[in-house]
Every structure is written in C-alpha cells, then in structure tokens.
Design a protein around this ligand. Structure first.
Ligand code: GLU
Length: 405
C-alpha cells in the first residue's frame, strides 16, 4: 500500500444533502464522505482460473487502509457463481451447460463459502474481521426486515467489522431476485446511508457508445443528469461471467442519484484504483446525485417495493399531484387495474398510461373500484366505514419520472 492513500484519506463527514450538487468537484464530494459502499463485480474478481486472488488481495489491501484511515466500508461482492462454476470444473457459464437457475444457485452455494474464505484470509492479514450478509429482494420489500438488515449492518460497522454482502443466490428465483449485484448495491447504499457508492467493474466507466469494436468510443468522466442519451450510451452486454453490463450500472446510478448519493463506476482491475479515486483523480465515471433527493422511506417506495396495480387518474388529480403537492382522493380516480390490498404500492397513471406517481394505497383494489369518482364524504356510505379520506396520502407518494414501475 503506498503512502498516497494515507495522505489523501481525511474523512471530514459533513451534513449530507446540505450542498447543491451540480457544481461539485470530486474533492468536494470526498470531503463529505465517511461511509462508502464498494461493489466489486464478477468480471473484476474472477479470471480464466476462477477467483483472481491477486486482484482480490490488492483491493483488500487498499480497503483495509481506507478502514484504518477512518472510512466505514461495506462491500457488495459478486463472484460466488463464477467461483462455484470454476470449482465444479466449468469455465465461463454462458458457454456451458450450467445455464439453468438451479445450476447457478448450486454453483453459488459451492462458491460463496470459498469467496468468503478468500476475503477472510485477505482481510485477516490486516487484523480485520469480515461478516457475510446474504440478502434477497423480499428481505427489503418488507419494511420490518429492511430495518432489521439495517440494524445488523450498522452494528457490524460499529464493531469495525467489514460486511460483505451478496445476493442469497441459493434461494433467489425470478421474482425475488435483485437481478444483479448493481441493483443490490444501489438498494444497499440506501439501507446503510452510504455517502459514496463505488462500482468496480471490468470497463473504465461509461462510454458514449459501446467501446467493444468502436475506436470512436469516449469515456464520459462526469454525468450530472441521467438523460435519455446517457441511457442510450449504456449497453446490456457484459463479459461471460458478469451479469449486468453497463445498462444495469446506469439503472443503478438513477436510483442512487435519486437518493442523493454520488456514484463512481471505475475499472476494478487497475492497480491502485481506490487510491486514485480517494485522491480525487479523474478516473472512471462520476454520476452526481440529484439536487432534490428522496428520503429513505420515499426511496424505498419508489425503488424497492413491487408495483401491484395501477390507478388511472383524471386531469384534475394529475394537476393536484404534480403541481400542488396534494394527496390522491377517490374523486380523481377513473379506473383501477390489478388486485391489491391496503398498504400495497401502485402507480398512478394518466389515461395515456404515462406514469405520474407511485405510492402506498389506503384501500384495496376492490374498495377503490367501489369508491372511485366519489367525494370523500361518500366513502362511508359506500363501504360502510371510512378509515381515510385519501386513497394515497402525500407522505406515502413519490412523484417522479424516475420511479420503478
Ligand atoms: N450474486 C452473483 C454471484 O455472486 C453475481 C450477480 C452479479 O454478478 O451481478 O455470483
């Protein structure tokens, strides 16, 4: 570990969100960072011969140094499936017979322990203890479990232990899968209240076009706003052992930007990459957080909860929600789609099905069907009782183009 990192690592954690972000330099951002989530992708951690031990040791050395300089580091690590596949004598899984979900889950079961052993040994050399945390989407969509996960991780951080998080691949099937660890890292950044998310991957950052096969491709060092062009620049391709590709990194960037967290995508195999990042060097792509970011609970509604149905609303309700900061009342609802219950998340759409908001309903779909178009004073008469005036209270609603549908 060189001494540069030591010199530049002076965490001076300030109030998050107390600054305007569009003119922030990397130095400004780093001055406000103490808790950092580092996501390490499969393409970084593994090579032709399974886990790339030299790369892992190199990264662990740097992370250990950061920890000793006062940063709180949480890792989201991929590599379980790749490691398990290799252990079972298979190389890149896209090209093999190991394609089915149960095979990948079984490979993860073989590889996860091995992955943790490698981390544990590498951090052990620095007298640091690691903890394995395996999560599924359903752990986070339930608010209670979400908070439990948060308590566990913060206790580990208080103890000075490095939490190493991965998706619980052995139990995750389609509907409970995060999809990939880029998404998992975005969710986790919200859980732990990270001040910075670093995504270490196998490209140098986001390019203006797919760099594979295009010499004209240019690295984009700074993204202030995730526009349609930025989304179009990101492709879904990934290497044979990775899952997400750049597309999922940009999707994740949208989420972390909405939560007010700066996000850097950088090349994990470059020696000293973390030192460069913490020295404020312009490496990789920095996505700035949104100026107006969401509070944890609203973020949870917008990005974590599954959408269970749709409420079609009229122009009056649309205006009230978008321009007047109001709640959604029964009178503005024209049509209900889907079967859902009190407390579920639904989207509000206009008659052209453009998504306007997402929120938690106070009534089930069948009750809303009965009271749609009515005044609040008529709810009791129609349903026999009235618990709320609002179908979705403003406090439980996110109005944004960036919500997950
Ligand atoms: N959870 C998977 C693993 O550990 C990786 C998912 C991903 O690469 O995004 O192998």
């Amino acid at each position: 570990m060189n001494s540069n990192l030591k010199k530049t690592c002076k965490p001076s954690y300030g109030a998050k969100g107390a600054y305007r972000v569009d003119n922030l330099s990397r130095q400004d951002i780093l001055a406000n960072v103490k808790r950092v989530l580092i996501k390490i992708g499969t393409g970084v951690l593994s090579g032709k011969d399974g886990l790339a031990l030299n790369i892992i040791e190199q990264l662990v050395d740097d992370i250990a140094q950061l920890t000793k300089s006062g940063y709180q580091i949480v890792i989201v690590s991929s590599g379980a499936i790749a490691s398990g596949m290799h252990r079972m004598g298979v190389k890149a899984y896209r090209n093999t017979l190991m394609k089915s979900i149960p095979q990948k889950q079984a490979a993860a079961a073989v590889g996860q322990g091995r992955l943790m052993r490698v981390y544990s040994n590498a951090f052990g050399k620095h007298d640091l203890i690691v903890a394995q945390v395996l999560l599924t989407m359903s752990d986070l969509t339930d608010r209670k479990r979400f908070l439990n996960v948060r308590n566990t991780i913060s206790t580990l951080m208080e103890w000075g232990v490095i939490p190493i998080i991965n998706e619980n691949d052995t139990v995750s099937v389609d509907e409970i899968k995060f999809g990939d660890n880029d998404n998992l890292a975005a969710m986790t950044a919200n859980i732990i209240g990270a001040h910075l998310l670093i995504n270490l991957t196998n490209t140098k950052g986001l390019y203006d076009r797919n760099p594979t096969g295009s010499e004209k491709a240019r690295l984009i060092p700074l993204v202030k706003d995730i526009t349609d062009e930025i989304e179009a620049a990101a492709t879904a391709e990934s290497d044979p052992v990775g899952m997400g590709g750049m597309k999922s990194k940009v999707m994740a960037a949208k989420k972390v930007a909405a939560f007010g967290i700066p996000y850097i995508v950088a090349h994990g195999k470059t020696k000293g990459i973390l030192q460069d990042i913490f020295a404020g060097k312009e490496t990789g792509t920095l996505f700035l957080p949104a100026n107006e970011h969401m509070k944890s609970r609203k973020y949870w509604i917008a990005f974590t909860l599954e959408t269970r149905g749709k409420l079609f609303i009229d122009d009056g309700a649309k205006k009230a929600i978008i321009h007047q900061g109001k709640s959604l009342l029964p009178s503005g609802i024209i049509k209900v789609e889907g079967v859902f219950y009190e407390g579920d998340a639904v989207t509000c759409v206009d008659m052209e099905t453009a998504v306007l908001a997402k929120g938690l309903v106070n009534y089930s779909s069948s009750d809303i069907d009965k009271i749609k178009g009515l005044k609040t004073s008529q709810i009791k008469q129609m349903l026999g009782n009235k618990s709320y005036d609002e179908i979705i209270h403003r406090d439980n609603m996110v109005v944004s183009k960036k919500i997950k549908v």
